[in-house]
Ligand binder design. Structure first.
Ligand SMILES: O=C(O)CCC(=O)C(=O)O
Ligand SMILES: [Fe+2]
Length: 299
């Protein structure tokens, strides 16, 4: 898989190169090597460890030590800036446009498996009923992307067997996946091996699966999903808008957390039906000359 190592100083508003966009559109997944500096990765891991301890104290960690925490972003100040992390943000606005937010995000801690797992079938496209509700009368092939997700790798996943995400590059353009006998991995499946600090971005249609952690290394991941503002949230993510965490967020980050002046604004417009130029990410792109009439999602 091609990989892209970001230069040190980025704003997050560097347009994707033709090659970067083509790779993402073709494969449905890209890896950004070294997306997090070591210092940043360490701070995020420390925050994950704090949240894990809080969840454990509250009795919300599974017996096998696994934590899959939805809506984790407001749980620590370190997490809020991930919404606009410059090393990956161009893939988000560059492929989904300015009318987006995070409908879904999760923190995952996967300790070494205590016993061997029977092979089970975990391959799926994200989106639940998005894969069936609109298919009734006029099925579309491929389905629309609708959402994409960033996975930040905090632990060492440089070897297979450490519970990494498995994917089939290019499979986002196929609505169905053949299931081999005995729940074996499908053809062309690969495990995303990655170093601590790497990130990957995937189209929600990409066929993917979790995998068991048969190693001695606890896997730690943060996932941040993005979709259009006219799609409803997936996670319950209460945010105290009088608190320091909210105060520390930028206007673009607040948009990405679901802020909106009224309901129609989620559809990108004002009550008069015209596009709302004050939607923070749209404004940011406009001021930087990054809107593009030839690209519908950047229009
Ligand atoms: O935990 C994983 O590796 C994959 C989880 C997953 O299916 C997802 O984030 O959409
Ligand atoms: Fe998934």
């Amino acid at each position: 898989m091609l990989s892209n190592t970001p230069p040190l100083t980025l704003s997050g508003y560097e347009p994707l190169t033709t090659e970067q966009r083509a790779e993402f559109l073709e494969r449905g997944v890209v890896i950004v090597r070294g997306a997090l500096s070591e210092d940043h990765r360490q701070r995020l891991e420390d925050a994950v460890d704090r949240v894990y301890a809080e969840e454990q104290a509250a009795g919300r960690v599974r017996d096998d030590g696994v934590l899959h925490l939805l809506g984790f972003l407001p749980r620590d100040d370190e997490f809020g800036d991930l919404l606009t992390h410059p090393a990956v943000f161009p893939y988000l606005w560059g492929t989904a446009g300015w009318n987006i937010y995070s409908h879904h995000n999760h923190l995952d801690v996967t300790p070494p498996a205590r016993r061997a797992e029977e092979p089970s079938w975990g391959w799926h496209q994200d989106g639940y009923r998005q894969n069936s509700d609109p298919e009734t009368l006029d099925p579309t092939q491929p389905r629309p992307m609708l959402s994409l997700k960033v996975g930040y790798v905090l632990s060492d996943l440089s070897r297979t067997g450490r519970g990494a995400t498995k994917v089939i590059p290019g499979s986002h353009l196929r609505n169905t996946l053949e299931r081999p006998a005995n729940n074996a991995d499908p053809l062309n499946a690969i495990e995303i091996t990655a170093d601590p600090g790497d990130a990957f971005i995937f189209d929600r249609r990409l066929w993917h699966s979790r995998s068991p952690n048969t190693s001695a290394v606890t896997r730690k991941m943060l996932f941040v999903g993005y979709t259009y503002r006219w799609i409803r949230p997936l996670d319950d993510m209460p945010i105290d808008r009088n608190g320091a965490w909210w105060d520390n967020r930028t206007p673009v980050q607040r948009q990405l957390l679901g802020e909106s002046p009224d309901t129609i604004n989620y559809w990108g417009v004002k009550w008069n039906g015209y596009v709302d130029d004050d939607i923070p990410l749209r404004r940011e792109l406009r001021e930087r000359g990054l809107l593009d009439r030839s690209v519908p999602w950047l229009r």
